[in-house]
Design a protein around this ligand. Structure first.
Ligand SMILES: Cc1cc2nc3c(=O)[nH]c(=O)nc-3n(C[C@H](O)[C@H](O)[C@H](O)COP(=O)(O)O)c2cc1C
Length: 205
């Protein structure tokens, strides 16, 4: 059975295109091969920013943690558990000020955890949650896949880096771009992404 983790993070709620296409991929894969979908919606249930309780709690032994530290660490353990249980991870990411939203950044701040999701070996970092397929769905107001603003994209490279750092190197990128460049550009972008999603699902069949 395939377990899918769907992580959505659009601050635009129901209008979020990253959420829409990430959800379509999750549901399309499930329709083809069954399995389960675990939804972690960071927009409707935002994570707290990391705190001293979390930072100190995760280096303390479980018996030595204060109640506040134990609660902070438990949340991170739940999030890491969702990743470990998943065969496929689908991430929806809205571009906010040229990077991912702080909603998604907070998720990475909880799950990138020394000794748990990454370590260092003689040759450098070692990701400790390997062997999962990731679909990364990004939605951007402008166009960054090519053209004069390509160097303004601090979202896709950064997210690929964070994912790779914990072992998630098999990442397929689905973009919807130009969403604020007027209805004609936005509708064409949506149609192009719909075609991309269909191609992803056909390849996965
Ligand atoms: C606060 C805010 C900041 C944004 N910053 C950028 C940006 O830096 N570059 C850009 O191209 N689009 C930017 N946008 C536009 C969003 O990337 C665009 O609306 C995208 O579709 C959001 O993703 P979503 O559809 O998943 O919500 C911004 C939108 C908001 C609301």
């Amino acid at each position: 059975m395939t377990n899918t983790l769907l992580v959505t993070s659009s601050p635009r709620g129901a209008e979020g295109l990253s959420t829409r296409f990430a959800t379509e991929i999750a549901e399309g894969l499930k329709a083809r091969s069954g399995g389960t979908i675990t939804v972690r919606d960071l927009a409707t249930e935002p994570l707290p920013h990391i705190t001293p309780a979390y930072i100190n709690g995760r280096i303390a032994s479980p018996e030595a943690r204060t109640a506040e530290q134990a609660e902070a660490v438990k949340l991170a353990e739940t999030l890491v558990g969702e990743i470990r249980a998943a065969d496929i991870i689908i991430l929806g990411s809205s571009m906010i000020n040229f990077g991912p939203s702080s909603l998604l950044k907070a998720w990475f701040d909880h799950i990138i955890w020394p000794g748990v999701t990454f370590g260092y070996g003689e040759t450098g970092p070692i990701g400790l949650v390997p062997n999962k397929k990731v679909y990364l769905v990004t939605a951007t107001g402008g166009v960054f896949s090519e053209g004069k603003y390509a160097s303004f994209d601090f979202q896709t490279g950064y997210l690929r880096h964070l994912l790779g750092f914990i072992g998630l190197t098999d990442v397929e990128l689905v973009r919807v771009e130009g969403t604020v460049l007027g209805p004609d550009v936005a509708n064409a972008a949506i149609a192009a992404t719909e075609a991309q999603v269909r191609a992803v699902l056909e390849r996965a069949a």
